[in-house]
Structures are given as structure tokens and as C-alpha cells.
Ligand binder design. Structure first.
Ligand code: NAD
Length: 494
């Protein structure tokens, strides 16, 4: 394993550095760097200090971007076959280091060990899919002869890397969402500067070590941990960055877009996903899927189910099933393999969710399960009869709170489902293929899961949504396309 040379994590007096901490620095030009200042990283479960990480300054970001740009534009070529080999090796190394990644993700992040372990498999899969794209970086010949002005020409286009990709990532899938940016960017022939979430930097640093050990040219890689308002802003506004690939909240996305200005951007933003349960649905199956989709990772998942619209005649039976399954969820330590729901990423996030639940209750909603908070833990909460206009109905809660509202007409359910500014994914439960296809057409979202909740994704599908849920699509092949651009060569016959 690559241990950062000289990257001494400064740990509070009396506490030993965590054994899993592979690096604590920023990295560029092939060197791990301590930087002038650092920031602390805590375990959200008990507030334990895990270590300090370099807090990259604007000058650090400038040096990192400049070095990657030089490597990409003036450094040695990195052929596609070698990129494929490196990403395949990286996939194997992630699998080999499963225990380390599971530990790091579940300590600094809010995932349970089971959820962290599942993410490691996903990240290896994302890297494998990225490696496969090396053989698919093809263009096509162009029909110059189709017009009199072009008849003496012959030509084609190829797909060229965009250059320097700035990757900004959130905390909730701290490994796989980095793999979703760096895998496609690297296989396409780009260089990358990564700014991971402040709360989960150690996972990012361990992943950088994987890429270096896998043979990715060190000069094409940089990581600049730090605050969004400093390192993040300096990165997305840097003149040598050719494409900004951002995943995070909608409000942050607006700040990133303003700072990036008119340049290529990919944005994966939030959701307020819904599930529609029609009168002919299999109730227990729908309830099981909704509970799993609402409360995994304590609801901190862009695909989480937040609102359910259920046919009035089924509403009570469905709600009972959901409430029963929710009460069976074990809330507890992330380190216990039997835990279903761990803490939120920070106590203030749990406080915010509790405030949103309270707002709905004050305006007439009924709390059927949960509604309790202790520190960073917010119990999985089910609410019914939640009025329109409450934050739970309009905004992204990104926490363990689920709305179940009954509907009398399918048209009304569709109208309510489409009424938020987000449009990531939706689920529909029905026994009728005609009704399923009708709803698939009418829901304004990026994906409709029939007889499943909104919370389903494979890493090869085009991922993203209309409205404020993002700009462009990720999903390995689609990210590769966005991170390359066509270049035409035309030959004029003499
Ligand atoms: P966030 O928006 O708070 O932060 C995301 C990243 O942006 C972090 O690295 C942060 O440091 C950085 N950042 C913050 N301010 C910045 C600025 N001004 N300039 C540049 N960078 C800045 O998001 P979060 O709380 O870490 O993650 C939760 C959000 O991410 C949710 O809204 C969720 O829906 C979204 N998300 C979306 C997807 C998707 O694929 N659509 C996937 C996961 C998470």
C-alpha cells in the first residue's frame, strides 16, 4: 500500500493515530504534502477525533491544477490500453483493500459497516466498467461527400479528452461517487483534481493511494482536501480546469455554477423522490421496498424515498405494514453488523430533520413511527397526512423521514409527484403493465422503477434527472462521453 511519505497526521495529544489512516495530506506532482494548515475529522457517532487532514489553500489548488494541466498537455502520452490496465488493477486493489475501505467509510462517514461493505463492491464495479470503456473511445467517418461543398474531402472524428477535470464529491457515498468521476475521467485520457467532502476525506486519500499503486501516472492525479468555500471555489473557478464534475446539494450546485462560469459542467444534485402505490399493488412488497429505500444510510441518499402517494383504499393497510417494518429497524452503532440505521453525518443535520418533522406535525401531519432524536441519531420516522407546502413535501430532506399521503385520483398523485423542483427517480407499484407505462411516461424524472422504490441504480445506467436534479448524466459510459469531445480531421484531395 502507498503510505504517504511524510504525511504525518497530527492527532490530539494522548490519542493514537487510527491504524487505517493511510494518508493525511494533499497530493500533486507525485508528492504528498502537509500544507500550512489542517482540519479535524470526527466520527459522527460519538464525536471521536479521527485525525487531521491538510486544508488546501487557494495557492495549493493553483499549484495542483497547474501541475495536472502540464502533465496532460505537455507530459508523456498515456495510451488507452495502459489506462484500461490501470483501472482494472485499481478495481482489484479496491476489492483487496475491502476491510480497510469498509473501516474508513464507516468511521468517518455515517454508513454502517454493512452499508460501507456494499459500497466497496459498487466502487470496484464502477472501476471495472470504466476500464472497459478504453476499447470504446471511438468516433466515426463523416459523410463529406453528401454535399457538393464537401465532395473532394474525406474525414472522421475521434473523441479527445477534455483536459483537466475538477471533481467535487459529497459525503454520502464517499468512495463510489469518487470512482464515478475519476474512473471515466482517467479512462478517457484526462487528468483529475479531486476535492472530496470535508467530512469524509480519508476515504478519498485511501482511494488516491489505490490509483497510484495501480499505475495511474502520478502527475495526472491531484487531491486537495479542504473547505468548499476555499479549496472548492478555487478549484471550480481555476482557468486551467476544462470540466467541472460536481455532485452535491442543489444550493451548492448554484454556487459552483456561478464560480465555474461558462465552461463544461456535469452536476448531480438532489432529489425529493416519490413512490406511487396504485390500488392493484402488492402491498407487503411495496411496503418492504419503501422502508429499505427510505431509511438506508439514514436517508442520506440522493435516491431515497421521501414521499409516497398511495391509493386511498390501500392507505391504512400499506401504512401499517410500513410502520411495522420501520419499528423493526435497529438503530445503533455503525460498527455493529446488525445495525440497520446509523447516525447522520453531523448532529446539526439530525437537528434539521427533527425541525422539518416538527413543522409538518404542527401543520397537521401525524407521526406514526420514530420522531425521536439523540445527538446525530434521528430515528426512522413515518408521517401521514402531510400538508402541501411543508419542507418535507417541497425540499430534499436527506434524512430518515418518510411521508405517506393517500390519493383519490391517479391524476392527482401524478400532479403532486411532479410538484417539486427535483426530478431524480421515482417508483411505481401496480399489477398492470398499462398503468405502469402510463405513469412512466407522465412522471418528470430521470428513471422510473416499476415495482420497486426510487432507490435502485446500477453503475452502468445513465444517471441523473431533469429539473433541478442536475445537468447532464453520469453512469460510466455517459460520463466518458461528457468528459471527451469530438475532434474532426478532414483531408482535401488534390
Ligand atoms: P454539499 O453540497 O454540501 O457538498 C458537496 C461538495 O461540495 C463537498 O465536497 C463540499 O465541500 C463542496 N462545496 C461546498 N461548497 C462549495 C462551493 N462553494 N464551491 C465548490 N465546492 C463546494 O453536499 P453534501 O451534504 O456533501 O451531500 C448531500 C447532497 O448531495 C444531497 O443534496 C444529495 O442529493 C446530493 N447527492 C447527489 C447525488 C446524485 O448523483 N444526484 C449523489 C449523492 C449526493
Amino acid at each position: 500500500m502507498t503510505v504517504a511519505p511524510g504525511a504525518t497526521a497530527t492527532v490530539a495529544p494522548g490519542s493514537a493515530p487510527p491504524v487505517w489512516q493511510p494518508a493525511a495530506g494533499a497530493f500533486w506532482s507525485g508528492v504528498w504534502r502537509d500544507g500550512d494548515s489542517s482540519f479535524p475529522v470526527y466520527d459522527p457517532e460519538d464525536g471521536a477525533l479521527l485525525g487531521y487532514v491538510t486544508d488546501a489553500s487557494a495557492a495549493d489548488v493553483d499549484a495542483a491544477v497547474t501541475s495536472v494541466a502540464a502533465a496532460v498537455h505537455e507530459g508523456p502520452a498515456w495510451p488507452a490500453w495502459s489506462r484500461r490496465e490501470a483501472l482494472r488493477t485499481a478495481a482489484s486493489l479496491v476489492r483487496e483493500r475491502r476491510a480497510l475501505f469498509t473501516e474508513v467509510i464507516s468511521r468517518e462517514g455515517s454508513k454502517t459497516v454493512r452499508e460501507a461493505d456494499a459500497e466497496v463492491s459498487r466502487a470496484a464495479e464502477t472501476l471495472r466498467l470504466s476500464a472497459e470503456q478504453a476499447g470504446r473511445l471511438t468516433g466515426e467517418t463523416l459523410p463529406f461527400g453528401d454535399t457538393p461543398r464537401g465532395q473532394d474531402r474525406l474525414g472522421w472524428y475521434t473523441r479527445e479528452p477534455v483536459g483537466v477535470v475538477a471533481a467535487i464529491t459529497p459525503f454520502n457515498d464517499p468512495l463510489n461517487l469518487i470512482a464515478h468521476k475519476l474512473g471515466p475521467a482517467l479512462v478517457a485520457g484526462n487528468g483529475v483534481v479531486l476535492k472530496p467532502a470535508e467530512t469524509t476525506p480519508f476515504t478519498a486519500l485511501a482511494f488516491m493511494a489505490v490509483l497510484l499503486d495501480a499505475g495511474v501516472p502520478a502527475e495526472r492525479l491531484a487531491v486537495v482536501p479542504g473547505a468548499g468555500s476555499t479549496a472548492g471555489q478555487a478549484l471550480v473557478s481555476h482557468p486551467l480546469v476544462d470540466l467541472v464534475s460536481f455532485t452535491g446539494g442543489h444550493r451548492t450546485g448554484n454556487a459552483v455554477a456561478r464560480a465555474a462560469g461558462a465552461r463544461k459542467t456535469l452536476m448531480e444534485l438532489g432529489g425529493n423522490n416519490c413512490v406511487i402505490v396504485l390500488a392493484d399493488a402488492e402491498v407487503s412488497r411495496a411496503a418492504r421496498a419503501v422502508v429499505a429505500g427510505a431509511f438506508g444510510v439514514a436517508g442520506q441518499n440522493c435516491l431515497s424515498v421521501q414521499r409516497v402517494f398511495v391509493a386511498a383504499e390501500l392507505a391504512e393497510r400499506f401504512t401499517e405494514d410500513v410502520v411495522t417494518a420501520t419499528r423493526l429497524l435497529r438503530v445503533g452503532s455503525k460498527r455493529d453488523p446488525l445495525t440497520d440505521v446509523g447516525p447522520m453525518i453531523e448532529e446539526r443535520e439530525a437537528v434539521r430533520v427533527a425541525a422539518w418533522v416538527e413543522e409538518a406535525r404542527e401543520r397537521g401531519a401525524e407521526i406514526r413511527a420514530g420522531g425521536r432524536r439523540e445527538g446525530a441519531f434521528h430515528w426512522p420516522t413515518v408521517l401521514t397526512r402531510v400538508p402541501a407546502g411543508t419542507r418535507l413535501m417541497t425540499d430534499e430532506v436527506f434524512g430518515p423521514a418518510l411521508v405517506i399521503n393517500a390519493f383519490d385520483s391517479v391524476d392527482d398523485a401524478v400532479r403532486q409527484a411532479n410538484s417539486t423542483e427535483f426530478g431524480l427517480q421515482a417508483g411505481v407499484f401496480t399489477g398492470s403493465i398499462d398503468r405502469a407505462l402510463d405513469l412512466a411516461e407522465r412522471l418528470r424524472v430521470g428513471a422510473v422503477m416499476i415495482n420497486d422504490s426510487s432507490d435502485f441504480r446500477i453503475d452502468a445506467m445513465p444517471f441523473g434527472g431533469p429539473k433541478r436534479s442536475g445537468v447532464g448524466r453520469e453512469g460510466v459510459r455517459y460520463a466518458v462521453e461528457a468528459m471527451t469531445e469530438p475532434k474532426i480531421v478532414a483531408i482535401r484531395r488534390c
